[in-house]
Unconditional design. Structure first.
Length: 181
């Protein structure tokens, strides 16, 4: 079955686990470096990747988001091997869930890993009574079409100054969460 058109078939050993310890944050920071340099250098250049990894993808930065800003971090693993990670931020005042990060190692792409994470995020949103998922994604990122296949739509274009002379040239993408009755 074509991985882009049929239902996701997950590796039964894959699982999602909350990130709560310093050691877990250090592990995902190592994974983040690997993913960002492999995937994003061709997209936004090494200088911006250097800056963004140092500013947003360190264990300290992620732990500060979790401790002070209400971000919830999770890993996706298979047999003890990290495949990816994601971070969400419930925004109850907006009844929305911000998907801050969803990054997958190249060995896990095309295996249903991203869809599994998104389904987990949707369940979390429903459980919290949140009716909208949203994220930002670089306009040139090929995953824009993947998010569209998953039911997201482009809500608006954004250009955000992130400091040091760099901007994020993104789309805000949104997906309504179907509430179960």
């Amino acid at each position: 079955m074509n991985k882009n058109t049929g239902p996701a078939i997950y590796d039964v050993a894959m699982h999602i686990e909350p990130v709560t310890t310093t050691e877990q944050f250090e592990r995902i920071a190592e994974l983040a470096r690997e993913i960002w340099y492999e995937y994003y250098v061709p997209l936004i250049g090494k200088a911006q990747v250097d800056y963004m990894v140092a500013k947003f993808q360190t264990a300290t930065a992620m732990q500060q988001q979790a401790d002070g800003e209400g971000y919830l971090y999770f890993t996706i693993a298979d047999g003890g091997k990290l495949l990816g990670y994601f971070a969400i931020q419930p925004r109850t005042d907006e009844r929305s869930m911000f998907i801050s990060k969803l990054y997958l190692h190249s060995r896990s792409r095309g295996r249903g890993t991203g869809r599994m994470a998104l389904e987990f995020i949707e369940r979390e949103s429903r459980a919290r009574g949140l009716n909208l998922l949203w994220l930002t994604v670089n306009k040139g990122n090929p995953t824009v079409s993947t998010y569209q296949r998953w039911g997201f739509r482009i809500a608006t274009a954004l250009v955000m100054d992130i400091g040091n002379g760099f901007v994020m040239d993104d789309y805000r993408m949104e997906k309504p969460v179907e509430m179960l009755i």
